[in-house]
Design a protein around this ligand. Structure first.
Ligand SMILES: Cc1cc2nc3c(=O)[nH]c(=O)nc-3n(C[C@H](O)[C@H](O)[C@H](O)COP(=O)(O)O)c2cc1C
Length: 217
């Protein structure tokens, strides 16, 4: 079975990012693959501790992050999979802190300090990134010109270059009237949620299908 691990870097289950993950998973399953969504906020872990056990000559965890917390079991699942999806909302002009911590732990052990920085990942996984954010596509292009390339640099280096899927202008509050929100129009947000978000979900679904169809094993 072709298995894809989908990592949700949003704290909110059943909100925008999670729904994009679910739709990707449905695409994977429709194409005959298997998908598992992991909610990163449920995992007990922090970022890289700089222990360098993954780079120790002759070390028993060379090329692998074995720091004893909740993450190594998930990293091993990813190494055994054929595809990986990392999904995150944009928080303060970046992916969530938890998503960054995850990317450090995932990619650094596979990145060898050798000429050309060859990847020692067990395999070149197919990858995709899902980003959700409050701002529009136009604003995102103006505000975050380098963010996505920068976020994906290590993933693209150790695995395959990710496919990107976006959901812009997301619906952020269950009831806009309860919160102080003057910069976004609640009716425009609702219209976008009803008209555009289903299309974004469909893009995630198609990307899931395509990932499985592009893998020959
Ligand atoms: C702490 C915090 C910071 C945020 N910063 C940004 C930001 O810089 N740019 C942006 O477009 N949206 C920002 N947002 C909005 C979220 O990215 C957006 O609502 C996202 O779709 C939420 O994903 P979720 O529904 O899966 O929780 C922020 C939200 C929070 C909670």
């Amino acid at each position: 079975m072709k298995k894809v691990i989908i990592v949700n870097g949003s704290p909110r289950k059943n909100w925008n990012t999670y729904k994009m993950c679910e739709s990707f998973a449905n695409g994977v399953k429709t194409a005959g693959g298997e998908a598992e969504i992991i909610n990163l906020y449920d995992v007990d872990f922090k970022g890289c501790r700089s222990c360098f056990a993954c780079k120790l000559k002759g070390g028993k965890s060379f090329g692998r992050c074995a720091y004893p917390d909740g993450l190594p079991a998930i990293l091993d699942k990813i190494s055994a999979a054929v595809g990986l999806v990392v999904a995150s909302p944009i928080y303060c002009s970046d992916v969530t802190g938890v998503t960054r911590c995850f990317i450090e732990r995932l990619t650094f052990p596979f990145f060898e300090y050798k000429e050309g920085y060859p990847s020692i990942a067990p395999k070149k996984l197919k990858t995709a990134m899902i980003y959700t954010m409050n701002v529009s596509e136009t604003l995102s292009n103006q505000m975050y010109p380098d963010l996505f390339d920068k976020t994906e640099f290590m993933i693209a280096t150790v695995f395959e270059k990710p496919v990107r899927i976006f959901a812009y202008d997301t619906y952020q509050f269950s009831d806009y009237d309860k919160y102080v929100v003057e910069t976004f129009d609640k009716n425009e947000k609702l219209k976008h949620k009803e008209e555009q978000f289903p299309k974004d979900l469909q893009k995630a679904f198609e990307a899931g299908k395509n990932m499985i169809q592009s893998i020959n094993i």
